[in-house]
Design a protein around this ligand. Sequence first.
Ligand code: 13P
Ligand code: SF4
Length: 330
Amino acid sequence: MEQLVMNQMLEEKGFIDETIDPKLKLTDEINRLKKEKNAVILSHFYVDGELQDIADYVGDSLGLAQAAANTDAEMIVFVGVHFMAETAKIINPTKKVILPDLKASCSLAESAPADKFAEFKAKYPDHKVITYVNATAALKTMSDIVCTSANARQIVESFPKDQKLIFAPDKNLGNYINSITGREMVLWDGACMVHEQYSVEKIIKLMEEHPDAEFIAHPECEKPVLLLAKHIGSTTSLLKFVQKSEKKKFIVATESGILHQMTKACPDKIFIPAPGNDSTCACNDCSYMKLNSLQKLYICLKYEQPEITLSADVIEKARIPIQRMLEISK
Ligand code: 13P
Ligand code: SF4
């Protein structure tokens, strides 16, 4: 495909649109290209099951960042969302990092534009900034340290108790960490569109209908939802919890992709997605994560596009807070 056409397509659509021979066995082709190009496939728990199954590593944001930092492969194919691929590029800048669809954004990352955040930060000159990894590279350049849902408490507690802190961009995770640490971090007003749509009333009703089920939730959910939960944690933590628990049934308040791993790990257990306010939509699906597909992954590996590119200055500045997090989370 001509480079010019390719560039235009990437700008407009976010991915290269090409008719794929229906006779091709995509998983075989992806595995062949991966070997040929010395690439590693890193998938998040929220992408479709077939994209998790083809990965060399599947995990939560922290595990994926660690895998990206430690890989010997020449190319990282990130099957997730843009901020995750950016993080991989920042911590391993000599690698080529590609993402099947450039438009795979994140409502949390979008909730905190760099210019607005700079104005906000300027109001709190004596505060350190903790940035949840679901943020743009630009935001990370303005941060003292990054965290994920898996290590947020540990990162917050790494600061002396009297250190004033800003937490951005997720107010729900920030609120939750404030409640368990007794801190009073200043919170940026951002939220995830998937985790904010759960209905407390419907969850309570479902819990009454299934008294043998345990309710578990991701900390991006709002406080009233978290108050109902038996366990709160990152996607990896939720997965470990259902594996260890003696219970056979779980109501799960996080993106639907995790149910693939839960069902794989515990085929004899039942997992019920937590209900949202709107029963007519597939609101437990993150529409950004779901932009990834086997077809796009194949094309992305074939052309080694779309590629994540960042200026040397952004990489240098954003690397410091990410590296600090990785050091603490070893
Ligand atoms: P985890 O790091 O827990 O996998 O969460 C990532 C995410 O995007 C949650 O919405
Ligand atoms: Fe972002 Fe929410 Fe999607 Fe996670 S589930 S990637 S926080 S929009």
